[in-house]
Design a protein around this ligand. Structure first.
Ligand SMILES: *Cc1c(COP(=O)(O)O)cnc(C)c1O
Length: 322
């Protein structure tokens, strides 16, 4: 129908082989306190402990490792001011591929420094006067670079799915899995893994209430575009799902929930106080929704994908003291 060749579980398996020895096998945490509050058994897959602090390294490495020798020589280009930039920069460094990252000239200095620290060439643009996608295409054509988008790419989706694959392989089948959702790369990859390794598991995506484009898209059966939402979940400020991610989500996900910024802050505090982990606001989406729905999951085994931990320490302090 769509003419797209969608990735499958086999691609997730192949990605796991490709990233082995490069990506961390992240830990699964459990907590008696969390289980008591929830009324079931929670398994936290901690991608905040992944290299560069988020699951994005998985997809980035899986995509770059499949470049042809010519593509490797010419280099990769990506646009992002967040975790995708760092994932691409680190994967490119490990594979000896030159990386160019387009970032808005008002991107946080720490993020620019982290990306440059992995050896990437950061090119700034003015987000108010320049179209970053057009600029990216222009640079890619001029310099023969390959564009790797943050979520709508089969290799990115397959790589992200290895996080859920590892979770099921470690803890066995689950009754539900909650996944943080922006453009849907993580959710679609995790759904492919769930359908294969735990066929009866309900798979849920969770996005910020202020930016519920995926929920609208899921319910209307077509990709809905919104303006950039205002939320503290900066990794989920996407305006729409991708073509690949929408197709996979439509066919393999059971529902999409939304949560407020207040719910995210509440879980950020809980993660820090009870599990002793730093989770960025976007990484709190999955747990916040699971807790809000807990009546449906009493006595059940539920997986929570904790997507990342990259939050400026002063910002973290500000948010948890609210
Ligand atoms: C990118 C990101 C997300 C959203 O991932 P998508 O694949 O765009 O849905 C969630 N959490 C964190 C920490 C991220 O960096």
């Amino acid at each position: 129908m769509t003419g797209l060749t969608l990735p499958t579980y086999r691609d997730v398996e192949a990605a796991a082989k490709r990233i082995a020895g490069f990506a961390h096998k992240t830990p699964v945490l459990t907590s008696t306190t969390a289980n008591k509050e929830f009324g079931g058994e929670l398994f936290f897959k901690c991608e905040n402990f992944q290299r560069m602090g988020a699951f994005k390294f998985r997809g980035a490495f899986n995509a770059l490792a499949q470049f042809t020798p010519e593509q490797k020589k010419a280099g990769v280009i990506a646009f992002s001011s967040g975790n995708h930039a760092q994932g691409i920069a680190l994967a490119a460094q490990l594979l000896n591929i030159p990386a160019t990252i387009l970032m808005p000239n008002d991107a946080p200095a720490v993020k620019v420094a982290a990306t440059q620290g992995y050896g990437a060439n950061v090119v700034h643009f003015d987000r108010y006067t320049q179209d970053r996608e057009a600029l990216c295409k222009q640079l890619a054509e001029q310099q023969g670079l390959t564009i790797i988008p943050p979520y709508d790419h089969p290799h990115i989706i397959a790589g992200q799915g290895t996080s859920a694959m590892e979770l099921f392989q470690e803890v066995g089948e689950l009754e539900a899995l909650f996944v943080c959702l922006g453009g849907g790369g993580l959710l679609s990859g995790c759904a492919l893994a769930a359908r294969q390794l735990s066929p009866n598991c309900q798979v849920y995506g969770v996005e910020p209430l202020a930016g519920n484009d995926a929920q609208q898209s899921f319910r209307q059966g077509k990709i809905v575009h919104i303006d950039t939402p205002k939320t503290i979940a900066d990794g989920a400020q996407t305006q729409h799902l991708g073509q690949y991610t929408f197709e996979i989500i439509k066919n393999n996900v059971d529902d999409i929930f939304t949560v407020t910024d207040e719910q995210l802050i509440d879980r950020m505090k809980f993660y820090a106080e009870r599990l002793k982990v730093v989770v960025e606001p976007t990484g709190c989406l999955s747990y916040a929704a699971a807790l809000a729905q807990k009546d449906q999951f009493q006595g059940k085994r539920v997986g929570i994908i904790v997507s990342g931990g990259n939050v400026d320490i002063n910002r973290f302090a500000e948010l948890v003291s609210q």
